[in-house]
Design a protein around this ligand. Structure first.
Ligand code: UTP
Length: 297
């Protein structure tokens, strides 16, 4: 029997060096896209996939991420008194049931694999999703729900994948493909950040995973991989053959919000999708791009 997917790990203990100075005193995952912090997009997406229990892997200076999910009683009372019903409703939609969020600390940012291993007691013997909050996916069907459905089909690990330009494979975890039906990809191997000349494909893993708990056995070896970090990709690679392992070409568009350009693109794309903001942003972009294209006299 396939165990239901109810748990998610949200690693948020990274340093966010690519986003300095914004991330000097504030967690990268609190950066808002339009009007919602990245962490809330991740939690909302996971809930839409049936996730009920969350574990945030946090570190120094990350308390705001946890407090964001507290109930702000005074604020809610003030909104009610002022008749701000829409704002109140939106806040309340974000409430999680008591006990739904656990936190563990990663005292040193030793890598994504190490961060996930920090959640081992929370995971126990259950399958779990991982969402990297700085990867944002704009999709009609939430990306984690697409993965959860693929997990129901395959009964094993599923990672969300997309094609990247061949000369950029050294930035991603890359799949070695055994079989590809255009949607689900049977995985033969995984390589973290391979140079383009040795990359087995151009299918890269994005920050959405469904993994089996056995991955913890390999993570606990603390083997250092690319960049001297404990890499999740290396531990996942060892699971291949032990449990079914697939990549899913998810439907949607991913934005790397840990990168400044990706973050700006996400702002525009998410704002354009919003009925309250889209028309104004579209008009601005049209005028602005037109003005920028004019020759300088
Ligand atoms: P990144 O690779 O984006 O690293 O981590 P980072 O430190 O956050 O950012 P840069 O590269 O210095 O700008 C991907 C995800 O894994 C988490 C991060 O918080 C982010 O959500 N992470 C990474 C950890 O929780 N612990 C780590 O040791 C490393």
């Amino acid at each position: 029997m396939i165990k239901p997917l109810r748990k998610a790990v949200l690693p948020v203990a990274g340093l966010g060096t690519r986003f300095l100075p914004a991330t000097k005193a504030m967690a990268k995952e609190m950066l808002p896209v339009v009007d919602k912090p990245l962490i809330q997009y991740a939690v909302d997406e996971a809930r839409a996939a049936g996730i009920e229990q969350f574990c945030m892997v946090t570190g120094r200076g990350k308390t705001a991420l946890v407090e964001h999910f507290d109930i702000a009683y005074e604020l809610e009372m003030t909104l009610r008194e002022r008749g701000k019903h829409r704002e109140l409703r939106e806040l309340r939609e974000g409430h999680l049931p008591p006990g739904a969020i656990a936190t563990v600390r990663q005292q040193e940012p030793l890598g994504l694999g190490h961060a996930i291993w920090c959640a081992r007691a929370f995971i126990g013997d259950d399958p779990f999703a991982i969402l990297l909050p700085d990867d944002l996916v704009l999709a009609d069907v939430p990306c984690t729900l697409q993965l959860a459905q693929a997990y129901q089909e395959t009964g094993g690990c599923v990672v969300a994948v997309s094609e990247v330009p061949h000369d950029q494979t050294n930035r991603y975890g890359i799949l070695d493909v055994a079989h590809d039906d255009g949607r689900l990809v049977e995985v033969r191997g995984l390589v973290e950040k391979p140079k383009p000349e040795v990359a087995p494909s151009n299918l890269s893993i994005i920050g959405r995973y469904v993994l089996m708990p056995q991955v913890m056995r390999y993570l606990e070896r603390m083997e250092r991989g690319a960049g001297g970090e404990v890499q999740l990709t290396d531990a996942m690679a060892r699971l291949i053959g032990e449990v079914p392992f697939h990549g899913l070409r998810y439907e949607g568009r991913r934005f790397d919000c840990g990168d400044k350009v990706g973050f700006l693109e996400a702002q525009v794309a998410f704002a354009l999708k919003r009925p309250d903001l889209g028309p104004a942003v579209r008009a601005f972009l049209k005028n602005y791009v037109h003005a920028c294209a004019e020759p300088v006299s």
